[in-house]
Structure formats: C-alpha cells, structure tokens
Ligand binder design. Structure first.
Ligand SMILES: [Zn+2]
Length: 266
C-alpha cells in the first residue's frame, strides 16, 4: 500500500493498549494494525507548514519561519506557560486566540515517563498529552483556572523535578515503576502557598497507560529522515509519538511533522 503526504502527529485514543491513527494525505492508517508490517519511508526534502503552505524548510517544530515568528500557535507561552499574559489582557500575537487558549482549566501533573517528571497541560488535552509523552502512569497534582498559574506552579517544582522526558529511558522497560501517590505527597510542601488552594485531593489515583509495544525494547538509534532520506524496517510497536522498529530503531513522528513523505507498507 502506498501513501503520500505531510507527516502529522498521530492521534491517540485512550484504550488498553492505546489506539493510534495516522493521517497521511487522504488516508487514515490504523497504526496498531500495521505492527509487524514492513514500512518504507522516502523523503525528498519537501515540507509543508501547519499553515498549509508548501515551504522549503520547516523552521522549528511544525512551523515555517514566518509562522514561527507570527502565529499565536508558536508563541513562547506554548512551551513556557509561565510567560502567559492573556489573564492580564496583554497581547502577545493575537489576544483573542491567546485568551481562548490560556484562560481555560489547566492541569499540573506528575508522570512516570522512565523517570519522574512534572508537566502542564490544558485539561481538555488529558490524557492525550500524557500518552504523547509515552508516560506509563500520571497523576493530577493541581487544577488551575488558567495557563499562567499552571506555569507558575511548574516553575516552582522544576527546581526539584525534571520537566523533560529522557527518550531512551522512556522507551526502555522500567523495572521500577514510580509510586506517583508517594511522589505527590513529597512535592506538596514545595507548592507555593497561594497555589495550594488548587491542589487536587488525596482521592486522586494515577492513570496507568499501556502501549502496543514489545515487552523488551531497547532504544538504539533515532532515525532522522532529514539525514537518511530513506528508511525501511518492520514496525514492532508504538509508544508516545514514537514508532518502534526492529533493532531498536525509533522514528519520532512529532519531530518529522510537516515532512512530505512517501510511505510504502507491505
Ligand atoms: Zn507557515
């Protein structure tokens, strides 16, 4: 089967295991059903920005240069919630868009993604965000009414807990799952006083997430289509936004967003 089009992040559905779909051109692939098949990627250095324009180069994330510096979707508050200003009525790039995005319930969470991490997500993005990161479990620490407050809390915790996922560890088989209830208890004292009112109660239990992946997988090599232009192997599983191939090879779908590929699966 031949498919062609720009790569987009996989859509995820919280089931056990997680169900994945991948839209490519006019086709929608049920990725779980394609485990065990041989995938052949071809990339001819053509890209398409999220704005829909074909561009010579994706500049950062899935944005062309112009979009990265002008669209609210690429604003600094996306990756650094503490820079949010819509709650003050201050515009970064497009106040109406920023209000709609930032002035919504946000969750600050703890996750086990091969190591303990703290993160922020819009409430409506849960558990999608946790799945995208490949977390094996996650627990709500606090629910706040806007993005700025979530960022403020995350910054306070970041001094003690990582806010990054170590891919190699996340993709490996963690022999020692983290007790998130215990970790949550430990961080409560780190929460600034004015944010304590937003803490979730003790009845919160961690959400466990199962992925369609092999029981034994060791990350050996991250594939970059930018460097290789062609890659083929047998898909053995999926975790987070990562396609897992034989011999520990891994393709991060997210970091390839916007690349127009030809994909042959048989
Ligand atoms: Zn663009």
């Amino acid at each position: 089967m031949l498919f062609a089009g720009p790569l987009k992040k996989m859509k995820v559905f919280f089931q056990s295991p997680v169900k994945y779909t991948l839209e490519i051109g006019d086709d929608l692939l049920l990725v779980n059903d394609l485990i065990g098949k041989h995938w052949n990627f071809q990339y001819q250095h053509k890209t398409q920005c999220f704005c829909g324009y074909k561009v010579d180069k994706i500049f950062r994330q899935n944005f062309c240069y112009d979009c990265f510096y002008s669209k609210p979707e690429a604003g600094d508050f996306i990756l650094r919630p503490e820079l949010s200003k819509a709650h003050l009525g201050i515009e970064d790039r497009d106040l109406e868009w920023e209000k709609a995005y930032q002035l919504k319930p946000h969750i600050v969470y703890l996750a086990d993604s091969g190591g303990l991490k703290v993160g922020v997500t819009r409430k409506e993005q849960m558990p999608t965000r946790w799945i995208d990161q490949g977390a094996s479990s996650a627990i709500i620490l606090a629910e706040v009414p806007n993005r700025y407050l979530a960022g403020e809390l995350e910054v306070a915790l970041k001094q003690h807990i990582s806010d990054k996922t170590v891919v190699k560890k996340m993709l490996g088989n963690s022999l020692f799952p983290i007790d998130l209830i215990e970790e949550k208890q430990k961080v409560l004292s780190l929460v600034p006083e004015h944010l304590q009112v937003f803490l979730s109660g003790n009845s919160e239990i961690p959400l466990k997430i199962e992925y369609p992946r092999p029981t034994a997988f060791e990350h050996q090599k991250s594939i970059s289509l930018e460097k290789e232009a062609q890659f083929s192997s047998t898909l053995v599983g999926i975790r987070g936004q990562y396609l897992l191939f034989e011999q520990g090879k891994v393709l991060n779908v997210r970091s390839h967003e916007g690349k127009i590929i030809h994909l042959d699966i048989r």
